[in-house]
Design a binder for this molecule. Structure first.
Ligand SMILES: Cc1cc2nc3c(=O)[nH]c(=O)nc-3n(C[C@H](O)[C@H](O)[C@H](O)COP(=O)(O)OP(=O)(O)OC[C@H]3O[C@@H](n4cnc5c(N)ncnc54)[C@H](O)[C@@H]3O)c2cc1C
Length: 368
């Protein structure tokens, strides 16, 4: 089987069926965006094609593909439908945290059903990493009582909160230690807020969850109590190369459309070529980083550098497409208009402070 030169191995999902899946997702992407539709049908297609097993260990029915292949899968899916792919990353983040924990009983209970799509889990962990970090009071407070944890507060951001059976989330105890749990969403005291209306990705049904004296059994504990619980265990991580692969997918989609525009418009070719070269180079680095090839001598392979460049390229390439498609591209529902809004998402999602700062400096033309 042939495979792109930037990959070290053929992708297991490089099949005609996966191509059909991408075409299906792409065909419905505008509708998901315009109607804020939760992509339920899309998730059943992901289940049919084995995508829901990508991060689930073999013993629980999954295929446990390696990090390079996962990134490649995300990139290709994001090119087709960013909303579906983004939800998948949040769901996979939850599955990875569950699969990576030491709670054998809980893993056996949840992972097989997550793998088939019978259960849906998501993450609500931003208050432990990027959100509300300037506040003194923890967003979610935890009290320990016998074999129980009592949770109070608000989980500020949860993608797919309403459809979720479990939310991987955490909170902070009085002594500063944190716990991570798989919170069953049907417990007393858990209240789902209405999803917020967003600039893009409304179909992700992202909203906050209120916690009022929610008592959770030790059975659902994934990690802790420990300081900085999110720095333990596996699962993508804030600003990881996995997050960049989605931005690279969006940039790839915009550049492909720009190329298509340039077919009959030679004036656009001088613009498209540098974009395409930058994208190829970034992809090359993205997959090297995903294979763990970064060393102290390769600053361009850090997840921070890659995310910064991916964000910048996604923003610039989508704007270039809008300029090239003119007023037609400004009309709601046009791929250029959708791409512009989707690119903005990378400025705020899973974006650690150094990446925010780099973006602000770029906007202010403060070139390092
Ligand atoms: C569509 C979408 C989906 C998401 N899905 C998920 C998800 O499924 N799971 C998840 O865990 N996370 C999710 N996130 C959260 C995301 O990863 C970030 O954590 C989040 O965008 C950070 O924004 P915030 O407003 O909470 O940040 P905050 O830092 O809390 O900022 C909020 C406000 O506080 C003020 N502020 C910020 N910093 C300071 C400061 N230093 N001093 C004073 N004031 C300050 C600003 O006015 C700012 O507007 C999602 C985000 C979005 C937009």
């Amino acid at each position: 089987m042939t495979h792109p030169e930037f990959l070290s191995q053929p992708a297991p999902f490089d099949t005609p069926d996966f191509d059909t899946l991408l075409a299906d997702l792409s065909r419905h992407a505008a509708q998901v965006d315009q109607n804020a539709t939760w992509p339920e049908w899309q998730f059943s297609r992901l289940a049919d094609e084995g995508v829901l097993g990508w991060v689930i260990p073999n013993e629980y029915g999954g295929s446990e593909i390696d990090s390079e292949m996962l990134i490649f899968g995300y990139e290709r899916l994001a090119t087709a439908c960013l909303t579906t792919t983004f939800i998948l990353t949040q769901r996979n983040g939850a599955c990875q945290r569950i699969a990576g924990c030491g709670n054998v009983e809980l893993k056996a209970e949840l992972l097989p059903n997550l793998c088939t799509g019978r259960l849906f889990a998501t993450v609500g962990v931003s208050h432990l990493t990027t959100s509300r970090q300037h506040l003194t009071q923890p967003a979610v407070q935890v009290e320990m009582a016998d074999d129980m944890f009592v949770l109070n507060g608000q989980i500020p951001w949860v993608t797919g909160a309403k459809p979720a059976d479990y939310v991987v989330t955490g909170g902070t105890c009085e002594d500063g230690r944190q716990v991570l749990i798989a919170l069953p969403t049907d417990l007393d005291g858990v209240s789902m807020e209405e999803p917020s209306s967003l600039l893009a990705l409304d179909g992700s049904l992202t909203g906050s969850i209120g916690l009022d004296n929610v008592t959770v059994d030790q059975h659902y504990l994934l990690a802790g109590p420990v300081e900085g619980v999110m720095s333990h265990g596996q699962g993508g991580g804030t600003g990881s190369v996995a997050t960049s692969s989605l931005a690279v997918g969006l940039a790839g989609r915009s550049i492909a459309l720009l190329m298509h525009e340039s077919d009959g418009r030679p004036d656009l070719r001088d613009i498209v070529e540098p974009f395409a070269a930058e994208w190829s180079n970034l992809r090359f680095n993205l997959y090297s980083a995903a294979r763990g090839e970064a060393t102290p001598d390769t600053p361009h392979l850090t997840s921070e550098s890659i995310r910064q460049r991916a964000n910048s390229l996604a923003l610039r390439s989508t704007q270039a497409l809008l300029a090239a498609t003119k007023g037609a591209g400004f009309v709601s529902g046009h791929p250029a208009e959708r791409g512009i809004r989707e690119a903005m998402f990378f400025l705020v999602w899973s974006c650690p402070q150094p990446i925010v700062t780099a973006a602000l400096r770029e906007f202010a033309c403060l070139v390092d």
